[in-house]
Design a protein around this ligand. Structure first.
Ligand code: NAP
Length: 435
Protein backbone atom coordinates (compact mmCIF):
# COMPACT_ATOMS: atom_id res chain seq x y z
CA UNK A 1 0.00 0.00 0.00
CA UNK A 2 1.18 3.52 -0.83
CA UNK A 3 0.35 6.39 1.53
CA UNK A 4 0.27 9.93 0.19
CA UNK A 5 -0.38 13.16 2.09
CA UNK A 6 -1.37 16.20 0.04
CA UNK A 7 -1.23 19.57 1.76
CA UNK A 8 -3.85 21.87 0.29
CA UNK A 9 -7.30 20.99 -1.09
CA UNK A 10 -7.36 23.37 -4.04
CA UNK A 11 -7.25 22.35 -7.70
CA UNK A 12 -3.62 21.17 -7.59
CA UNK A 13 -4.34 19.01 -4.53
CA UNK A 14 -7.44 17.36 -5.97
CA UNK A 15 -5.94 16.76 -9.42
CA UNK A 16 -2.98 15.08 -7.71
CA UNK A 17 -5.35 12.88 -5.70
CA UNK A 18 -7.26 12.04 -8.89
CA UNK A 19 -4.01 11.09 -10.60
CA UNK A 20 -2.99 8.83 -7.68
CA UNK A 21 -6.37 7.15 -7.75
CA UNK A 22 -6.26 6.60 -11.52
CA UNK A 23 -2.78 5.16 -11.32
CA UNK A 24 -3.08 2.85 -8.31
CA UNK A 25 -6.81 2.30 -7.73
CA UNK A 26 -7.23 0.58 -4.39
CA UNK A 27 -3.48 0.29 -3.86
CA UNK A 28 -3.14 3.86 -2.57
CA UNK A 29 -4.51 5.90 0.31
CA UNK A 30 -4.51 9.68 -0.05
CA UNK A 31 -5.15 12.17 2.75
CA UNK A 32 -5.78 15.77 1.65
CA UNK A 33 -5.07 18.25 4.44
CA UNK A 34 -6.41 21.78 4.64
CA UNK A 35 -6.08 24.38 7.37
CA UNK A 36 -9.66 25.49 6.67
CA UNK A 37 -12.63 23.27 7.54
CA UNK A 38 -13.82 23.66 3.93
CA UNK A 39 -12.21 22.30 0.76
CA UNK A 40 -11.31 23.57 -2.72
CA UNK A 41 -8.91 26.44 -1.96
CA UNK A 42 -8.75 28.86 -4.85
CA UNK A 43 -12.00 27.56 -6.34
CA UNK A 44 -13.86 28.74 -3.25
CA UNK A 45 -11.88 31.84 -2.30
CA UNK A 46 -9.99 32.92 -5.44
CA UNK A 47 -12.16 32.38 -8.51
CA UNK A 48 -14.50 35.35 -8.94
CA UNK A 49 -17.97 34.83 -7.41
CA UNK A 50 -19.62 35.79 -10.71
CA UNK A 51 -17.70 33.06 -12.55
CA UNK A 52 -19.81 30.13 -11.36
CA UNK A 53 -19.09 28.05 -14.46
CA UNK A 54 -15.40 27.95 -13.46
CA UNK A 55 -16.31 27.07 -9.87
CA UNK A 56 -18.38 24.12 -11.13
CA UNK A 57 -15.13 22.16 -11.52
CA UNK A 58 -15.41 21.39 -7.79
CA UNK A 59 -17.99 18.72 -8.74
CA UNK A 60 -15.19 16.82 -10.38
CA UNK A 61 -13.11 17.10 -7.21
CA UNK A 62 -16.07 15.84 -5.22
CA UNK A 63 -16.09 12.65 -7.28
CA UNK A 64 -12.45 12.12 -6.24
CA UNK A 65 -13.18 13.09 -2.64
CA UNK A 66 -16.03 10.62 -2.29
CA UNK A 67 -13.96 7.56 -3.14
CA UNK A 68 -12.84 5.44 -0.18
CA UNK A 69 -9.15 5.77 -0.88
CA UNK A 70 -9.15 9.60 -0.79
CA UNK A 71 -9.97 11.45 2.41
CA UNK A 72 -10.34 15.16 3.33
CA UNK A 73 -8.61 16.12 6.57
CA UNK A 74 -9.86 19.65 7.21
CA UNK A 75 -9.13 22.12 10.00
CA UNK A 76 -5.57 20.81 10.39
CA UNK A 77 -2.70 23.25 9.97
CA UNK A 78 0.49 21.63 8.78
CA UNK A 79 3.30 23.46 10.55
CA UNK A 80 1.48 23.89 13.88
CA UNK A 81 -0.98 20.97 14.40
CA UNK A 82 1.41 18.55 12.73
CA UNK A 83 4.83 19.09 11.18
CA UNK A 84 6.04 18.18 7.71
CA UNK A 85 8.59 15.84 9.31
CA UNK A 86 5.85 14.01 11.21
CA UNK A 87 3.88 13.59 7.99
CA UNK A 88 6.99 12.36 6.19
CA UNK A 89 7.42 9.70 8.86
CA UNK A 90 3.84 8.52 8.25
CA UNK A 91 3.42 8.83 4.47
CA UNK A 92 5.52 7.59 1.53
CA UNK A 93 5.10 10.95 -0.18
CA UNK A 94 4.11 14.40 1.10
CA UNK A 95 2.96 16.76 -1.65
CA UNK A 96 2.78 20.51 -1.03
CA UNK A 97 -0.21 21.85 -2.97
CA UNK A 98 -0.35 25.01 -0.90
CA UNK A 99 -0.75 27.41 -3.85
CA UNK A 100 0.49 30.97 -3.68
CA UNK A 101 -1.73 32.67 -1.12
CA UNK A 102 0.35 35.81 -0.47
CA UNK A 103 0.55 39.04 -2.42
CA UNK A 104 3.86 39.95 -3.97
CA UNK A 105 4.79 43.25 -2.37
CA UNK A 106 4.99 46.34 -4.58
CA UNK A 107 8.12 47.37 -2.72
CA UNK A 108 7.49 51.12 -2.70
CA UNK A 109 6.76 53.81 -0.18
CA UNK A 110 3.17 54.16 0.96
CA UNK A 111 2.38 50.47 0.69
CA UNK A 112 1.27 50.41 4.33
CA UNK A 113 -1.19 53.30 3.96
CA UNK A 114 -4.82 52.63 4.81
CA UNK A 115 -7.08 51.47 1.98
CA UNK A 116 -4.16 49.91 0.12
CA UNK A 117 -4.68 46.19 -0.40
CA UNK A 118 -3.12 43.31 -2.24
CA UNK A 119 -5.40 41.23 -4.42
CA UNK A 120 -5.16 38.16 -2.13
CA UNK A 121 -6.73 40.24 0.63
CA UNK A 122 -9.28 42.08 -1.53
CA UNK A 123 -10.37 38.98 -3.48
CA UNK A 124 -10.46 37.05 -0.19
CA UNK A 125 -12.74 39.75 1.24
CA UNK A 126 -15.41 39.53 -1.47
CA UNK A 127 -15.07 35.74 -1.60
CA UNK A 128 -15.50 35.29 2.17
CA UNK A 129 -12.05 33.92 3.06
CA UNK A 130 -12.04 33.84 6.89
CA UNK A 131 -8.63 35.52 6.97
CA UNK A 132 -9.89 38.56 5.04
CA UNK A 133 -13.63 38.72 5.81
CA UNK A 134 -13.03 41.67 8.18
CA UNK A 135 -10.97 43.71 5.70
CA UNK A 136 -13.65 46.42 5.44
CA UNK A 137 -12.24 48.38 2.50
CA UNK A 138 -13.51 51.96 2.41
CA UNK A 139 -15.40 52.29 -0.87
CA UNK A 140 -16.75 55.77 -0.17
CA UNK A 141 -14.19 57.60 -2.37
CA UNK A 142 -14.51 58.15 -6.11
CA UNK A 143 -11.46 56.54 -7.67
CA UNK A 144 -9.97 53.08 -7.29
CA UNK A 145 -6.60 52.32 -8.84
CA UNK A 146 -5.90 48.69 -9.70
CA UNK A 147 -2.24 47.93 -10.41
CA UNK A 148 -1.46 45.16 -12.91
CA UNK A 149 -2.89 44.02 -16.24
CA UNK A 150 -3.65 40.36 -15.56
CA UNK A 151 -6.92 38.50 -15.06
CA UNK A 152 -6.95 39.22 -11.33
CA UNK A 153 -6.88 42.99 -12.05
CA UNK A 154 -9.82 42.41 -14.41
CA UNK A 155 -11.75 40.46 -11.76
CA UNK A 156 -11.21 43.25 -9.23
CA UNK A 157 -12.17 46.03 -11.66
CA UNK A 158 -15.31 44.17 -12.76
CA UNK A 159 -16.42 43.42 -9.20
CA UNK A 160 -15.99 47.12 -8.29
CA UNK A 161 -18.05 48.14 -11.34
CA UNK A 162 -21.02 45.77 -11.16
CA UNK A 163 -24.49 46.61 -9.88
CA UNK A 164 -26.17 44.49 -7.23
CA UNK A 165 -28.41 42.93 -9.88
CA UNK A 166 -25.36 41.87 -11.87
CA UNK A 167 -24.33 39.65 -8.96
CA UNK A 168 -27.54 37.59 -9.25
CA UNK A 169 -26.63 33.92 -9.39
CA UNK A 170 -23.16 34.55 -7.92
CA UNK A 171 -21.93 33.47 -4.49
CA UNK A 172 -20.45 36.83 -3.51
CA UNK A 173 -20.70 37.08 0.27
CA UNK A 174 -23.37 39.40 1.61
CA UNK A 175 -20.97 41.74 3.45
CA UNK A 176 -19.25 42.51 0.12
CA UNK A 177 -22.50 42.74 -1.81
CA UNK A 178 -23.87 45.35 0.62
CA UNK A 179 -20.61 47.32 0.69
CA UNK A 180 -20.37 47.34 -3.12
CA UNK A 181 -23.98 48.46 -3.46
CA UNK A 182 -23.23 51.46 -1.23
CA UNK A 183 -19.90 52.15 -2.99
CA UNK A 184 -19.06 55.66 -4.18
CA UNK A 185 -16.43 54.44 -6.68
CA UNK A 186 -17.12 56.02 -10.07
CA UNK A 187 -13.78 55.49 -11.74
CA UNK A 188 -11.54 52.43 -11.78
CA UNK A 189 -8.09 52.99 -13.27
CA UNK A 190 -6.24 49.84 -14.38
CA UNK A 191 -2.57 50.64 -14.39
CA UNK A 192 -0.08 48.82 -16.62
CA UNK A 193 3.65 49.46 -16.69
CA UNK A 194 3.81 48.26 -20.30
CA UNK A 195 1.51 48.59 -23.32
CA UNK A 196 -1.54 46.96 -24.92
CA UNK A 197 0.59 44.26 -26.58
CA UNK A 198 1.97 43.18 -23.18
CA UNK A 199 -1.27 42.62 -21.26
CA UNK A 200 -1.79 39.28 -19.48
CA UNK A 201 -5.60 39.46 -19.73
CA UNK A 202 -7.34 36.64 -21.61
CA UNK A 203 -9.95 37.49 -24.27
CA UNK A 204 -13.07 36.00 -22.70
CA UNK A 205 -12.42 37.78 -19.39
CA UNK A 206 -11.49 41.08 -21.05
CA UNK A 207 -14.56 40.93 -23.30
CA UNK A 208 -16.83 40.83 -20.23
CA UNK A 209 -15.77 44.35 -19.37
CA UNK A 210 -17.56 45.59 -22.49
CA UNK A 211 -20.92 44.21 -21.34
CA UNK A 212 -21.45 45.74 -17.91
CA UNK A 213 -24.74 47.48 -17.23
CA UNK A 214 -23.47 50.74 -15.70
CA UNK A 215 -19.76 50.74 -16.47
CA UNK A 216 -17.82 51.36 -19.65
CA UNK A 217 -14.15 50.71 -20.42
CA UNK A 218 -11.99 53.50 -21.81
CA UNK A 219 -8.83 52.99 -23.85
CA UNK A 220 -6.96 55.93 -25.37
CA UNK A 221 -6.64 55.16 -29.12
CA UNK A 222 -3.21 56.86 -29.06
CA UNK A 223 -1.90 54.06 -26.79
CA UNK A 224 -2.67 51.36 -29.36
CA UNK A 225 0.10 50.22 -31.73
CA UNK A 226 -0.46 50.23 -35.52
CA UNK A 227 -3.15 47.62 -36.21
CA UNK A 228 -0.85 45.72 -38.58
CA UNK A 229 1.44 44.89 -35.64
CA UNK A 230 -1.34 42.77 -34.07
CA UNK A 231 -0.72 40.11 -36.72
CA UNK A 232 2.53 39.20 -34.96
CA UNK A 233 0.76 38.41 -31.68
CA UNK A 234 -0.13 34.95 -30.43
CA UNK A 235 -3.87 34.37 -31.25
CA UNK A 236 -5.21 34.71 -27.67
CA UNK A 237 -3.38 37.98 -27.09
CA UNK A 238 -4.46 39.21 -30.52
CA UNK A 239 -8.10 38.65 -29.52
CA UNK A 240 -7.55 40.54 -26.25
CA UNK A 241 -5.99 43.45 -28.12
CA UNK A 242 -8.97 43.42 -30.50
CA UNK A 243 -11.19 43.95 -27.44
CA UNK A 244 -9.03 46.92 -26.43
CA UNK A 245 -9.47 48.35 -29.94
CA UNK A 246 -13.22 47.91 -29.52
CA UNK A 247 -13.12 49.77 -26.19
CA UNK A 248 -11.14 52.60 -27.81
CA UNK A 249 -13.87 52.96 -30.43
CA UNK A 250 -16.81 53.28 -27.99
CA UNK A 251 -18.57 56.56 -28.83
CA UNK A 252 -18.74 59.31 -26.19
CA UNK A 253 -22.56 59.29 -26.54
CA UNK A 254 -22.59 55.75 -25.11
CA UNK A 255 -20.32 56.73 -22.23
CA UNK A 256 -22.64 59.55 -21.25
CA UNK A 257 -25.20 57.00 -20.02
CA UNK A 258 -22.70 55.18 -17.84
CA UNK A 259 -22.09 55.80 -14.13
CA UNK A 260 -18.66 54.19 -13.91
CA UNK A 261 -15.61 54.38 -16.14
CA UNK A 262 -12.96 51.67 -16.20
CA UNK A 263 -9.91 53.39 -17.66
CA UNK A 264 -6.83 51.59 -18.96
CA UNK A 265 -3.71 53.59 -18.19
CA UNK A 266 -0.86 52.02 -20.17
CA UNK A 267 2.87 52.85 -20.03
CA UNK A 268 2.52 53.86 -16.36
CA UNK A 269 4.88 52.27 -13.82
CA UNK A 270 3.92 52.90 -10.18
CA UNK A 271 6.63 54.71 -8.20
CA UNK A 272 5.08 55.60 -4.84
CA UNK A 273 1.75 55.71 -3.07
CA UNK A 274 0.74 59.10 -1.68
CA UNK A 275 -1.24 60.03 1.41
CA UNK A 276 -0.99 60.63 5.11
CA UNK A 277 -2.52 57.76 7.01
CA UNK A 278 -4.80 56.89 4.10
CA UNK A 279 -3.98 56.60 0.41
CA UNK A 280 -4.82 59.65 -1.73
CA UNK A 281 -2.94 58.88 -4.93
CA UNK A 282 -0.39 56.90 -6.89
CA UNK A 283 2.63 58.55 -8.47
CA UNK A 284 3.62 56.84 -11.70
CA UNK A 285 6.34 57.21 -14.26
CA UNK A 286 5.60 57.25 -17.98
CA UNK A 287 7.34 54.43 -19.75
CA UNK A 288 7.90 53.45 -23.34
CA UNK A 289 8.25 49.86 -24.42
CA UNK A 290 11.29 48.64 -26.31
CA UNK A 291 11.62 44.96 -27.24
CA UNK A 292 8.86 44.19 -24.76
CA UNK A 293 10.58 45.96 -21.85
CA UNK A 294 9.36 49.05 -20.00
CA UNK A 295 11.89 51.90 -20.27
CA UNK A 296 11.69 54.92 -17.94
CA UNK A 297 11.11 58.29 -19.55
CA UNK A 298 11.62 60.43 -16.43
CA UNK A 299 8.13 61.94 -16.77
CA UNK A 300 6.02 61.43 -13.65
CA UNK A 301 2.44 62.26 -12.66
CA UNK A 302 0.09 61.43 -9.82
CA UNK A 303 -3.31 59.79 -10.18
CA UNK A 304 -5.75 60.55 -7.35
CA UNK A 305 -6.93 57.36 -5.64
CA UNK A 306 -9.10 56.69 -2.61
CA UNK A 307 -8.58 52.94 -2.86
CA UNK A 308 -5.61 51.04 -4.25
CA UNK A 309 -5.51 47.36 -5.04
CA UNK A 310 -2.30 45.78 -6.22
CA UNK A 311 -2.84 42.79 -8.53
CA UNK A 312 0.75 42.04 -9.46
CA UNK A 313 0.92 38.35 -8.67
CA UNK A 314 1.23 36.00 -5.74
CA UNK A 315 3.82 34.00 -3.85
CA UNK A 316 3.90 30.74 -1.91
CA UNK A 317 4.44 30.73 1.88
CA UNK A 318 7.88 29.38 2.71
CA UNK A 319 8.01 26.51 5.22
CA UNK A 320 11.01 26.31 7.57
CA UNK A 321 13.40 23.60 6.38
CA UNK A 322 11.84 23.36 2.89
CA UNK A 323 14.09 24.78 0.12
CA UNK A 324 12.53 27.93 -1.31
CA UNK A 325 13.22 29.89 -4.49
CA UNK A 326 12.92 33.47 -3.21
CA UNK A 327 13.07 35.11 -6.61
CA UNK A 328 10.30 32.98 -8.10
CA UNK A 329 8.28 32.94 -4.84
CA UNK A 330 7.80 29.15 -4.86
CA UNK A 331 9.44 25.98 -3.54
CA UNK A 332 12.78 25.10 -5.11
CA UNK A 333 12.08 21.90 -7.02
CA UNK A 334 13.04 19.71 -9.93
CA UNK A 335 9.83 18.82 -11.79
CA UNK A 336 7.99 18.62 -8.47
CA UNK A 337 10.70 16.89 -6.43
CA UNK A 338 11.91 19.01 -3.49
CA UNK A 339 13.65 16.51 -1.19
CA UNK A 340 13.34 12.73 -0.85
CA UNK A 341 9.68 12.02 -0.01
CA UNK A 342 8.71 15.70 -0.39
CA UNK A 343 7.09 17.11 -3.53
CA UNK A 344 5.21 20.18 -4.72
CA UNK A 345 2.56 20.75 -7.35
CA UNK A 346 0.50 23.54 -8.89
CA UNK A 347 1.34 27.15 -8.05
CA UNK A 348 3.60 25.97 -5.18
CA UNK A 349 5.69 24.20 -7.88
CA UNK A 350 5.59 26.49 -10.90
CA UNK A 351 4.48 29.87 -9.56
CA UNK A 352 1.14 31.68 -10.01
CA UNK A 353 0.36 31.23 -13.69
CA UNK A 354 -2.05 29.36 -15.90
CA UNK A 355 -5.69 28.41 -15.61
CA UNK A 356 -7.33 25.98 -13.17
CA UNK A 357 -6.98 23.23 -15.80
CA UNK A 358 -3.19 23.75 -16.01
CA UNK A 359 -3.00 22.06 -12.63
CA UNK A 360 -4.31 18.75 -13.97
CA UNK A 361 -1.23 17.77 -15.97
CA UNK A 362 0.81 19.09 -13.05
CA UNK A 363 -0.94 16.64 -10.69
CA UNK A 364 -0.51 13.73 -13.09
CA UNK A 365 3.14 14.72 -13.60
CA UNK A 366 4.02 14.69 -9.91
CA UNK A 367 2.34 11.31 -9.43
CA UNK A 368 4.60 9.92 -12.18
CA UNK A 369 7.64 11.13 -10.21
CA UNK A 370 6.26 9.70 -6.98
CA UNK A 371 5.61 6.38 -8.71
CA UNK A 372 9.25 6.26 -9.84
CA UNK A 373 10.43 7.05 -6.31
CA UNK A 374 8.23 5.03 -3.94
CA UNK A 375 7.54 1.79 -5.80
CA UNK A 376 4.89 -0.19 -3.95
CA UNK A 377 5.30 1.78 -0.69
CA UNK A 378 7.60 1.15 2.26
CA UNK A 379 5.18 -0.04 4.92
CA UNK A 380 4.60 3.35 6.58
CA UNK A 381 1.54 3.77 8.80
CA UNK A 382 -0.33 6.37 6.75
CA UNK A 383 -3.91 7.10 7.83
CA UNK A 384 -4.09 5.06 11.06
CA UNK A 385 -0.81 6.65 12.12
CA UNK A 386 -2.15 10.14 11.53
CA UNK A 387 -5.45 9.32 13.27
CA UNK A 388 -3.55 8.22 16.36
CA UNK A 389 -1.52 11.42 16.35
CA UNK A 390 -4.67 13.55 15.84
CA UNK A 391 -6.37 11.80 18.77
CA UNK A 392 -3.35 12.34 21.04
CA UNK A 393 -3.35 16.05 20.13
CA UNK A 394 -7.14 16.43 20.34
CA UNK A 395 -7.27 17.82 16.81
CA UNK A 396 -10.79 18.64 15.69
CA UNK A 397 -10.56 17.11 12.22
CA UNK A 398 -13.28 18.01 9.72
CA UNK A 399 -14.12 15.14 7.37
CA UNK A 400 -15.63 15.35 3.91
CA UNK A 401 -18.95 14.22 5.40
CA UNK A 402 -18.74 17.15 7.86
CA UNK A 403 -18.03 19.45 4.91
CA UNK A 404 -21.15 18.19 3.13
CA UNK A 405 -23.20 19.26 6.18
CA UNK A 406 -21.50 22.66 6.21
CA UNK A 407 -22.23 22.96 2.50
CA UNK A 408 -25.88 22.03 3.06
CA UNK A 409 -26.17 24.82 5.67
CA UNK A 410 -24.58 27.28 3.21
CA UNK A 411 -26.99 26.21 0.47
CA UNK A 412 -29.97 26.63 2.79
CA UNK A 413 -28.84 30.13 3.78
CA UNK A 414 -28.45 31.26 0.13
CA UNK A 415 -30.11 34.45 -1.12
CA UNK A 416 -32.73 33.85 -3.80
CA UNK A 417 -30.99 32.66 -6.97
CA UNK A 418 -27.58 32.32 -5.31
CA UNK A 419 -25.92 28.91 -4.97
CA UNK A 420 -24.84 29.46 -1.34
CA UNK A 421 -24.17 32.01 1.39
CA UNK A 422 -20.69 31.15 2.62
CA UNK A 423 -19.71 31.04 6.26
CA UNK A 424 -16.89 33.52 6.62
CA UNK A 425 -15.82 32.47 10.07
CA UNK A 426 -14.01 29.23 10.95
CA UNK A 427 -15.98 28.71 14.19
CA UNK A 428 -19.28 29.09 12.32
CA UNK A 429 -18.13 26.57 9.70
CA UNK A 430 -17.22 24.06 12.38
CA UNK A 431 -20.48 24.62 14.26
CA UNK A 432 -22.47 24.01 11.05
CA UNK A 433 -21.18 20.45 10.80
CA UNK A 434 -23.64 19.54 13.58
CA UNK A 435 -26.41 20.21 11.04
P1 NAP B 1 -0.48 37.89 -14.00
O1 NAP B 1 -1.32 37.35 -15.10
O2 NAP B 1 0.91 37.43 -13.90
O3 NAP B 1 -0.50 39.50 -14.14
C1 NAP B 1 0.24 40.30 -13.28
C2 NAP B 1 0.29 41.73 -13.80
O4 NAP B 1 0.95 42.53 -12.82
C3 NAP B 1 1.04 41.91 -15.10
O5 NAP B 1 0.33 42.82 -15.92
C4 NAP B 1 2.38 42.52 -14.65
O6 NAP B 1 2.98 43.39 -15.57
C5 NAP B 1 1.92 43.34 -13.46
N1 NAP B 1 3.00 43.65 -12.54
C6 NAP B 1 3.84 42.78 -11.92
N2 NAP B 1 4.68 43.45 -11.12
C7 NAP B 1 4.39 44.75 -11.25
C8 NAP B 1 4.89 45.94 -10.68
N3 NAP B 1 5.90 45.90 -9.79
N4 NAP B 1 4.34 47.12 -11.03
C9 NAP B 1 3.33 47.16 -11.92
N5 NAP B 1 2.79 46.09 -12.49
C10 NAP B 1 3.31 44.88 -12.16
O7 NAP B 1 -1.10 37.60 -12.56
P2 NAP B 1 -2.59 37.59 -11.99
O8 NAP B 1 -3.47 38.57 -12.65
O9 NAP B 1 -2.38 37.64 -10.51
O10 NAP B 1 -3.12 36.13 -12.36
C11 NAP B 1 -2.48 34.95 -11.85
C12 NAP B 1 -2.90 33.75 -12.71
O11 NAP B 1 -4.27 33.43 -12.44
C13 NAP B 1 -2.82 34.02 -14.19
O12 NAP B 1 -2.38 32.86 -14.86
C14 NAP B 1 -4.24 34.34 -14.57
O13 NAP B 1 -4.56 34.12 -15.92
C15 NAP B 1 -4.99 33.39 -13.64
N6 NAP B 1 -6.37 33.88 -13.46
C16 NAP B 1 -7.30 33.45 -14.34
C17 NAP B 1 -8.59 33.90 -14.24
C18 NAP B 1 -9.62 33.43 -15.24
O14 NAP B 1 -9.31 32.64 -16.11
N7 NAP B 1 -10.84 33.89 -15.20
C19 NAP B 1 -8.95 34.81 -13.24
C20 NAP B 1 -7.97 35.23 -12.34
C21 NAP B 1 -6.67 34.76 -12.47
P3 NAP B 1 4.25 42.92 -16.42
O15 NAP B 1 3.71 41.96 -17.43
O16 NAP B 1 4.77 44.20 -16.99
O17 NAP B 1 5.19 42.25 -15.45
Amino acid sequence: MRHIAIIGSGPAGYYTAEAAQKRWGNEVRVDIFDRLPVPYGLIRTGVAPDHQSIKAVSRRYEATALSDNVRFVGNVTVGSDVTIEELQALYDAVVLATGAPHDRPLGMSGEDLENVFGSAAFVGWYNGHPQFADLAPDLSGETAVVIGMGNVALDVARILAKTRAEFDGSDIVVHALDALEASGIRKVVILGRRGPHQIMMTPKELGELGHLSRACPRVDPADLPEIGEDALLEPGLRKSVTHLRGFAAIPESHRADMEIEVEFDFFAAPLALQGEGRVTGVTVERTRVEAGRAISTGETYTIPASLMISCIGYQTSPIPGVPFDERAGRFANDEGRILPGLYCVGWARRGPSGTIGTNRPDGFGVIEKIAEDIGAGSGKHGRPGFDQLAAERHLDVITFRDWKRIEEAETKAAREGAPREKFVDVAAMIAAREG
